[in-house]
Write a protein that binds this ligand. Structure first.
Ligand SMILES: C[S@@+](CC[C@H](N)C(=O)[O-])C[C@H]1O[C@@H](n2cnc3c(N)ncnc32)[C@H](O)[C@@H]1O
Length: 219
């Protein structure tokens, strides 16, 4: 009985806190409360700096993009991609496409210009069907797609922030990240619901030893 009461009050507190983030997003003009997740990660890991080149995967409606674009300033480059349409943000390139499509990667590379990105951020999440096995498989497909694409999008020494849902296959993904980056840490920002399996992996110092052409990535 006491356990149930404790759980109910924890759920109430969690909901209340989430509402506070929604309200704060409204007050501060952010399109989503997700902005506060990236803000907290950035405060801790010091990722976003003026003049940086950033790729934002799964960017709509654009809370992360608004925050990132403010932080990198007008000398930075931000390229966003999402399946869904996204309202424009001044100075930001927006691509509406499936990130897993080969063409989409070419579009991102073109939008970045001559140099690769300093930072790739991915808040991508598949549409959930409620069938755990297929949802997790889809989520892993996105995760591995992100890691592989770092070879064509991210400069050596660059950083990655990627959302993951704890479950089968994630340990292997984390191991693959540890091979490709100098250091990896898991973060669970306050704005992320406590009961959600969502976490963020912050990987720093990309070891991009092999340059893989986009065609090979997709084969
Ligand atoms: C949680 S939302 C991102 C929220 C965003 N970071 C913000 O701050 O507003 C996840 C997004 O991932 C996008 N997404 C999922 N799979 C994708 C794919 N294969 N290619 C591009 N975008 C994808 C969805 O359309 C959705 O808009």
């Amino acid at each position: 009985m006491a356990k149930k009461r404790r759980q109910r009050s924890k759920e109430w507190y969690d909901r209340h806190r989430q509402d506070a983030f929604v309200q704060r997003a409204r007050q501060e003009g952010y399109r989503s409360r997700a902005a506060f997740k990236l803000e907290e990660i950035d405060r801790r890991d010091r990722l976003l700096k003026p003049g940086m080149r950033v790729v934002d995967l799964g960017a709509a409606p654009g809370g992360w993009a608004q925050l990132a674009s403010n932080k990198i300033g007008r000398h930075g480059i931000l390229v966003c991609i999402d399946l869904l349409p996204m309202k424009p943000i001044r100075g930001v390139s927006i691509i509406q496409a499936d990130f897993l499509d080969q063409d989409a990667k070419y579009k991102i590379i073109n939008a970045l210009g001559e140099q690769k990105a300093d930072l790739v951020i991915s808040d991508m999440a598949p549409n959930l069907s409620g069938i755990t096995v297929s949802d997790q498989a889809r989520s892993l497909e996105l995760l591995h797609g992100v890691l592989l694409s770092c070879r064509s999008l991210l400069r050596p020494g660059g950083d990655l922030v990627v959302k993951l849902f704890e479950g089968e296959g994630v340990a292997d993904f984390r191991q693959a990240c540890s091979r490709d980056f100098v250091c990896c840490n898991i973060r669970k920002p306050d704005a992320s619901r406590a009961r959600s399996r969502e976490h963020y992996l912050v990987a720093k110092g990309f070891r991009n030893e092999v340059v893989v052409p986009v065609e090979e990535e997709n084969s």
